[in-house]
Design a protein around this ligand. Structure first.
Ligand code: DGL
Length: 279
């Protein structure tokens, strides 16, 4: 009994190639305020979006190994690229629950679309995996999916150019092709892209539903914890603080900290750098 309770009080492990997954961590903090989080950003090896499946599976295994040393009770792959390329492999190797962001994102898009034409934007590796298309068509074979890689978005977001005219022009070019296809829903299929939401909204207008898989991922995580009897029974701290959250990176802790503090509801004071190649 005691063991079971200790298990429920353990943290959720959340990881991404860098800062993008903070958009998912933010939703978990909002939706499940009683849960503790250990976040790992692989800032030494970012970007993931141009790397092969073998490499991403190797990275994911190392990160999961590290997170398990932190005694996590469940893992969220808060990265579309790693969810697309590594989730299938690593979930078979684990004895704790693990979820990615693609299945939840695909599910929401299928329920949002009326004209059954869905656009997906993401990194090159996510788009080339066709994982969104696969899961959407499994859920509803009558849907047509139009995919577009947007490799310049991540560096622009990391540069902080969220509303810059250069970013807007880049977005205009990427999105033109999808807008020609008469889509009514667009999946923001990279965890960096929700930070470009208002700029994308300006370009696509009000008629297109923008799907951020992070919301549904946080919701499905809550359901998963309930189902597995793993929810933390403790009340969240009042007023809310950053205390239940721990952050680790593989490089550039200070830069990560500035970025994190600009998008999270709490100021993070400590970010620890670890050597992920040791795991
Ligand atoms: N945040 C990652 C994703 O959701 C992509 C960033 C990268 O290329 O590392 O796909």
């Amino acid at each position: 009994m005691e063991n079971k309770e200790a298990r429920c009080r353990a943290s959720i492990g959340v990881f991404d190639s860098g800062v993008g997954g903070l958009t998912v961590a933010r939703e978990i903090m909002r939706n499940l305020p009683g849960e503790h989080i250990v976040y790992f950003g692989d800032t030494a090896r970012v970007p993931y979006g141009s790397k092969s499946k073998d490499t991403i599976v190797r990275y994911a295994r190392q990160i999961i190994h590290f997170l398990q040393t932190q005694d996590v009770k469940a893992i969220v792959i808060a990265c579309n690229t790693a969810s697309a390329l590594a989730l299938d492999t690593v979930e078979k190797e684990l004895d704790i629950p693990i979820i990615g962001v693609i299945r939840p994102g695909a599910r929401v898009a299928v329920s949002a679309t009326k004209n059954r034409r869905i656009g997906v934007i993401g990194t090159e590796s996510t788009i080339n995996s066709h994982m969104y298309q696969k899961l959407i068509c499994e859920a509803d074979p009558s849907v047509t999916v139009y995919e577009k890689a947007c490799p310049l978005f991540c560096p622009l977001v990391e540069e902080g150019w969220l509303k810059d005219p250069v970013t807007k022009e880049v977005a205009r070019r990427y999105l033109a092709e999808l807008l020609d296809k008469d889509i009514d829903s667009l999946i923001l299929g990279c965890t960096h892209y929700p930070l470009l939401r208002s700029l994308i909204r300006e370009l696509v207008g009000d008629q297109i539903t923008l799907v951020n898989p992070a919301y549904e991922t946080a919701r499905e995580l809550g359901e998963l914890l309930e189902r597995e009897s793993l929810s933390n029974p403790d009340e969240p701290p009042t007023p809310p603080t950053a205390e239940p959250y721990r952050f680790y990176v593989s490089d550039m802790a200070e830069k990560f900290g500035h970025f994190a503090n600009s998008i999270l509801p709490y100021d993070i004071e400590t970010i620890q750098k670890i050597n992920i190649e040791e795991y």
